[in-house]
Write a protein of this length. Sequence first.
Length: 162
Amino acid sequence: MEEKNIWKTQEEKDAYFLKRKKRTKWIILLYFLVVILFVGMFIWVLFTLLQTTNDELVGTWDCDNGRVLLEIDEDNFYLYRNETKTEMKGKYRVTHYGSSVVSRSHTQDDWTLFLSDIEKIEQDGKEELDQDTVYLSSNSEYKDQLVVEIVSSEEMYICERR
């Protein structure tokens, strides 16, 4: 059953369409605001997820039975080898985070860090690197333990939180 609008005068018809035009304008504006709100919430959740993954890494770690010290703060990555008096430091950002189920009661978290502005100090002198990648992995079965792999030097350490 189709409903027809019957207007008595042209003014009534014009008033009806003007009212409908204003209402449609507000509906479209509200639609765009809701879309912008949802996109903003998605971006915020994504950044919050990445930030909380950083919080799990922040701290001081003893690696290789105390021969290597690893410090990770909010922005910087610092690795110091006691025996060779070598240190490596730079700014980092998490480029990948993944969590997987290893068994019924254990999970494994994996991070990929992209290091930039790297300064590597060795006995021979100071070397500046453009970038490097570090893979980190932790298992919920071994709390406060972290496996660290540095791509450029192909070094791997097992670290424990201090």
